[in-house]
Design a protein around this ligand. Structure first.
Ligand SMILES: [Zn+2]
Length: 382
């Protein structure tokens, strides 16, 4: 008894649950003859006649041809020109899907003074964002180089939003340099210093950092563990021109070139004081390092950490890239779905726009399938 009832349900369910496109195709090709008729469907006799009838009947009547057409439209969905046109009429946006960098993923518990012994150098600029930072970004753009900016959270304000987005667009990396620049070996709140800076960067840019540089290079095992628990890798340096002492542009350049070796990580400063000397030194440093065969890379590239991207559609904020332009090792994650209208802290509009766009896409397909099915049923009922 149970088995028979179960079978009946299964068949009815199969019919009802089958997508409109395959269901309609099944009608035309005789698929329905291998199953039981669906419940609540009138005109069974007529359907039976059609199914058993001569193939010539299909060609004689315009209805089947029309049915095939409608089924095709439903099956093709938005890729069909007609469907696309319909969809376009229902939704004003037809922006192509792009991807926005939203963070990076680091690993390991070691503090890094240098990277693997390859002819690569990573430049780190500390203590920004600062009034000189936009000029540093322009300098890097002109020299087609990228750097890692270790930022003080307290200075990450809306004044610098466009500068930080420019850095992200250029492939620079945003890093955590604590919120108030304390000595973390004596600070009572290491976690708070790191967390607040992550929140400030994320809130302003939608980017979650995965690297951290302790002020003054002061750290201990506890600091490393805390940083790791927040997804941060600790980055130190093995090249220090002491640019903060303002020794002059030529001296800064000479010190860097003297100390660099394969896999070096450099510390310099774009903030915390007048940084004109440092700014003026770097075009020469970059040019001469390249002449020696070095590549200028970010800390992420040097250590094999991966950038994380999410799809964005309408509000990519000038930093969205097509899929073809994504780094080869990029992690692609789904944009979060909006829950109850509340936007998660630090979550920027692009993610929400992408989620909404997908929802609209699904809605359009649903309408197409439903309308095609209704039309087909109306033709059969006549
Ligand atoms: Zn610093």
């Amino acid at each position: 008894m149970l088995g028979r009832r179960g079978r009946g349900r299964l068949l009815a369910g199969t019919c009802a649950a089958r997508p409109a496109s395959s269901y309609l195709a099944g009608e035309v090709t005789g698929w329905r003859d291998r199953s039981r008729p669906c419940a609540r469907r009138g005109g069974g006799t007529r359907r039976g006649r059609l199914a058993r009838g001569s193939p010539r009947r299909w060609h004689a009547s315009p209805a089947p041809a029309l049915l095939v057409f409608v089924a095709s439209v439903a099956a093709l969905g938005s890729s069909h020109p007609l469907a696309a046109a319909t969809a376009g009429a229902q939704t004003p946006s037809s922006a192509p899907l792009r991807y926005r960098v939203v963070g990076c993923r680091s690993f390991g518990t070691a503090a890094h003074r240098e990277g693997p012994s390859r002819k690569e150098v990573a430049i780190g600029f500390d203590d920004g964002p600062w009034s000189d930072t936009p000029a540093f970004v322009t300098m890097l753009e002109r020299n087609h180089a990228r750097a890692t900016f270790f930022m003080i959270g307290d200075q990450v304000t809306s004044v610098y939003r466009s500068t930080l987005l420019r850095e992200l667009r250029n492939g620079d990396v945003l890093g955590d340099h604590t919120f108030t620049h304390p000595d973390l070996e004596t600070s009572p709140d290491v976690r708070g210093e790191l967390e607040e800076t992550i929140a400030a960067i994320r809130g302003l840019t939608g980017y979650t950092p995965c690297v951290f540089r302790p002020p003054y290079g002061d750290y201990d095992e506890s600091v490393l563990r805390t940083a790791r628990s927040l997804g941060l890798s600790t980055i130190l340096w093995n090249v220090d021109p002491a640019d903060y002492t303002l020794p002059g542009t030529a001296t800064i350049e000479a010190r860097v070139l003297e100390q660099v070796r394969p896999g070096s990580i450099i510390i310099s400063h774009d903030g915390g004081g007048p940084r004109g000397q440092t700014l003026a030194a770097y075009p020469g440093i970059i040019r001469k390092l390249r002449a020696r065969g070095y590549r200028i890379v970010t800390v992420l590239e040097m250590l094999g950490y991966r950038p994380v991207y999410e799809p964005c559609v309408e509000l990519c904020e000038g930093i969205g890239v097509p899929r073809s332009k994504l780094p080869r090792n990029a992690i692609l994650q789904r944009a979060p779905q909006p829950v109850g209208g509340a936007e998660p802290a630090g979550r920027s509009d692009p993610a929400r726009a992408a989620a909404n766009q997908r929802e609209r896409g699904r809605g359009r397909l649903g309408v197409l399938h439903r309308d095609a099915l209704r039309f087909a049923l109306a033709v059969f009922a006549r």
